[in-house]
Design a protein around this ligand. Structure first.
Ligand code: HEM
Length: 182
């Protein structure tokens, strides 16, 4: 069974929205709160927008990389990780027209996405959701949690990735920053 997650922007939810920045392409309406729910959750009647994704198998990770990731990556939901980022990304037709081998070459051999990301573990906890096959506006919903002390390191990571060849294939990107409010 595929587990869907719904991110609903509106007036309720345990994350306070600090800002929504359109990095590439059209913006998304600013809201006060973000609610993260399991399933195709439509119960939040006041939601201004909803983004949905599913977790899936890894497409690019090699065995040695997986071992390093597993050894270093923290769980989501750490109490000290009161900051979060939801970064929805859509890649271009040119990206999807490449073969799997060509995409891996750009993703890791040219852009060092995993090697760079590993440098920020265990400070940053992450989860990747796939949305492309759901007919959603984005291909991926990327989710990150970190402590306030690691906010500048996370900024550094995001800037580094945005300068890579992989990002030449990004045609829409939002940067939604959040802080925990119970
Ligand atoms: C915290 C450190 C990070 C690590 C360790 C990391 C690691 C990874 C790994 C291993 C994958 C490949 C999953 C697969 O094999 O299918 C991946 C995919 C992805 N990551 Fe990261 N990442 C990090 C940070 C980021 C950041 C900050 C962003 C956004 C600004 C991002 C955006 C993405 C996207 C969009 C994909 C999907 C790429 C595709 O399938 O075309 N990652 N990441």
């Amino acid at each position: 069974m595929v587990q869907m997650t719904t991110f609903a922007g509106g007036r309720t939810g345990s994350w306070q929205v600090e800002h929504i920045r359109a990095v590439i392409g059209p913006p998304l309406e600013m809201v006060k709160r973000l609610a993260v729910a399991k399933g195709k959750d439509s119960s939040n009647q006041n939601a201004v927008w909803r983004l949905r994704g599913v977790t899936s198998y890894e497409r690019y990770v090699h065995r040695s990389e997986r071992e390093q990731l597993v050894a270093r990556q923290p769980e989501l939901g750490r109490v000290e990780a009161t900051h979060a980022a939801l970064i929805p990304i859509k890649k271009s037709a040119a990206w999807w027209n490449l073969t799997q081998d060509e995409r891996r070459e750009i993703f890791e051999e040219q852009s060092h996405h995993i090697a760079t990301g590993l440098q920020y573990l265990p400070a940053v906890a992450r989860r990747l959701y796939h949305s492309r096959d759901l007919g959603e506006p984005f291909d991926f919903l990327t989710w990150f949690e970190y402590a306030p002390a690691d906010a500048s390191a996370f900024e550094d990571l995001v800037q580094r990735l945005r300068r890579t060849p992989e990002w030449k294939f990004v045609e829409r990107e939002l940067d939604i920053r959040l802080s925990k409010r119970e």
